[in-house]
Design a protein around this ligand. Structure first.
Ligand code: SF4
Length: 340
């Protein structure tokens, strides 16, 4: 799989480029590799990335393409989701203050006018409130034009923190969280090793919204396979409706040719869906959504049909667009152009 199906909109992997390390150590070659990836990331600031001393692979949501990235953690504290290979080779750790402080000071010297920052890696919200507040305070001090800081978060990061701690982090300036719902089907949540039940997804996401965060959530089409598609659609719509995130993005499952861990987790009877089946699944989900003023997108390159709407307001239009696409499948994004 070539991008993050987790914790938000999905990221674009720098780590698929030359220099991707097996041991997670910083590599000088990444400075060169990053300079080469401007076209892939469609990021005009790739030279800036090239100057940062990243521990690759590095991921961020597409909507953070123009943000300065600081790796406050390395890897993912969970690192078990069946569909995610992003941080498999990284040993999780929270970076110590001395390292981070040096990175921030160095970056502020060259990029003082930065207004958006993304905190990597896979679940930066795992950091406790005191340390996160310290990091955020320092960032706002060093970057006087800073307007937005965001990060990936998983359900356990949110459940483990008190409401007061989340409010403190929010008030210190972390505004937006990217959060992977993936599915609302409890049986499937166990199979994909998400580490949370549907109720825990709802509770944790609502806790984030109540603390004042902007929540950008992600679901994965095709994740249940052919047999359980309808259950996945109905249950995912139920969970999304209960959360009512500010942003909701649909991605479509893409697997590498050989995915033994995914096959083991999902079982022998799991079957990959074709593009029309995925579209039917999306249609069922949209039919069931009960959302209020939620910006819904399926414009990620993994999807067969890019759509953008405000739900529930635009529900009828979306259903018409999907019906039209089902009648004219030649208009769907071809398989070969799905991978980035
Ligand atoms: S929680 Fe970790 S393993 Fe699961 S999708 Fe997010 S980054 Fe990947």
């Amino acid at each position: 799989m070539k991008f993050c199906f987790s914790c938000g909109d999905g990221g674009i992997p720098c780590g698929t480029h030359p220099g991707s390390p097996e041991d997670g150590r910083r590599k000088e070659i990444f400075k060169i590799a990053c300079a080469m990836i401007g076209t892939l990331r469609k990021n005009t600031k790739s030279m800036r990335d090239a100057m940062m001393n990243y521990d690759v692979p590095l991921y961020r949501p597409p909507s953070e393409a123009n943000s300065l990235i600081f790796q406050v953690t390395l890897g993912c504290s969970h690192n078990r989701c069946a569909f995610c290979v992003m941080y498999r080779q990284k040993k999780f750790r929270i970076r110590p203050w001395e390292e981070l402080q040096a990175d921030i000071i160095e970056a502020a010297f060259s990029y003082r006018r930065t207004n958006r920052i993304f905190l990597a890696d896979g679940d930066a919200l795992v950091i406790d409130a005191d340390y996160m507040s310290r990091i955020l305070n320092f960032l706002y001090k060093k970057f006087p034009d800073l307007e937005r800081v965001s990060a990936y978060a998983n359900p356990n990061n949110l459940l483990e923190k008190s409401e007061e701690d989340l409010r403190r982090i929010r008030e210190a300036g972390l505004q937006m969280l990217y959060f992977g719902i993936e599915t609302g089907d409890d049986e499937l949540l166990v199979k994909i090793r998400k580490g949370a039940t549907s109720q825990e997804l709802i509770t944790s996401a609502k806790k984030a919204i109540d603390a004042g965060f902007v929540l950008s959530a992600t679901i994965i089409l095709g994740l249940a396979g052919k047999r359980k598609s309808l259950t996945h659609a109905v249950e995912t719509a139920r969970v999304c409706s209960a959360i009512n995130p500010h942003y909701l993005s649909a991605l479509t499952l893409m697997l590498e040719e050989d995915s033994p861990y995914f096959s083991r987790c999902l079982g022998k009877d799991w079957e990959m869906m074709d593009k029309l089946e995925v579209l039917h699944e999306l249609r069922s989900m949209i039919e069931q959504f009960q959302l209020d003023n939620c910006i819904f997108r399926s414009n990620h390159a993994s999807n067969y049909l890019p759509i953008k709407a405000i739900l529930n307001r635009d529900k009828e239009r979306l259903l018409r667009e999907i019906d039209d696409a089902l009648k004219n499948p030649e208009r769907l994004r071809p398989e070969y152009s799905r991978a980035l």
